[in-house]
Design a protein. Sequence first.
Length: 445
Amino acid sequence: MNWRKRNHVNKKNTADKQLLFKRVHRNLTLLFTGIAGMILIVMSICYLYMSEKEWKDNSYLSFLNESNTILSNFKNQETVTYSWLSKVSFHNHFLMAVYDNGSLLSYSNSSLTEEEKILTDSIFSSIQEDLSFPDSVDLDYSTSHIDFTYQSSAHVTYYVNAARIGNSSLYAIILFSTQSLKEQLNRQRLRFLLVDLIGLSALFLFAFYYTKKLLVPIRENHEKQNAFIAAASHELRTPLAVILSSVTAFPQAETPMKEQLLQTIEKESRQMSTLINDMLTLAKADNHAWNFVLEETELDTLLLNSYEAFYPLAAQKDIRLQIELPDTALPACLCDSQRISQVLAILMSNALSYGKKGGYIKLSLHYSSPCFHLSVEDNGIGISDEAKKHIFDRFYREDPSRSHKEHFGLGLCIAKEIVDFHHGRILVKDTPGGGSTFFIILSNK
Ligand code: ADP
């Protein structure tokens, strides 16, 4: 595949992934808004239902209280005047009709509209039977009145309280139109609808931003993984290409050349094996599948072992290896000794690779309770400030020409994973006068 095609495929993959994340983002937003919105609506409906019921009950009760007072006053009065009736009706927003011998009395007659007269007439004819007691029965107020709700032909609900005055043929009917109550309830419903709409919009916005934020680390992780795979395949391709070309050239090659080709194949295979091991190590770290054996470790012994292991290599490269240990005995450090040795090996190997011929590498250990400070100092090529920000990234190498073929840019991130596991810190500073110094800080706490 040429680079144009590969570039095209990469761009298409990125666009597909972006579309996928957009779809996941949209679906999560809708799901969150849907669920939370549903809860909000159900709760509002329940609250609205209960408050409406309470409102209706209260208004019926207050109607009964007021109308009962009026009716009992009416019953107890010797004479009932038109002005008293109209005052009572006006003050309580009631309609009042008085029937004597089956016909509407003229004083209430004049205050009612034609429609209201039809209404009171139909109510009067329906209650007559309920309130018809033999004249001999002495009625108290509680037995001689009746209350109910009535729906008019115009679909208006009325509260009705009607009474027969004593055992005479006089009937009083009090009506209260619930139209204004209905309007109040409608206004309340509208307010709830508005509040719910605002709540739903706020939920949508919150869900939109929250899920977007939630997806950021997943997206970053996904992108990192892609970059890792791309870089890994790129790194593997180079030694593989060398091995393949050596194998192809092998049958036609002369005997001394054959030996050289075999050496190349072996060298490249070893590099591939190192790279694959490093990648597996990092993959295990990502999956939290590392087995750490924490034990009481004497760090000075660990440093001495590293010093001895790297001494011949340093001598070969004409680099002076130094070690600086504390004079007094140190407490043991609780760590995985093999992994910390691995970190030291990575730092030493880098110091040797990027060190200067005739230069030095100094290993040191200090203790300042409760922290152990290990350092690997060299006076080599040093690391630029810009590169310092990236050297712990996977496959990062400051030298783009990749002149150090045995280096893949994975060493420092493995070292960081190990130190992180120990809840320690790893950092780099410039060595005064040139070069780099790596510090590892481990704590016994
Ligand atoms: P590599 O396998 O390439 O050494 P590392 O992760 O160990 O990968 O290091 C990443 C990069 O950091 C190296 O490519 C190099 O550019 C820089 N680096 C690391 N150690 C040193 C050092 N002691 N001196 C100078 N540069 C260093």
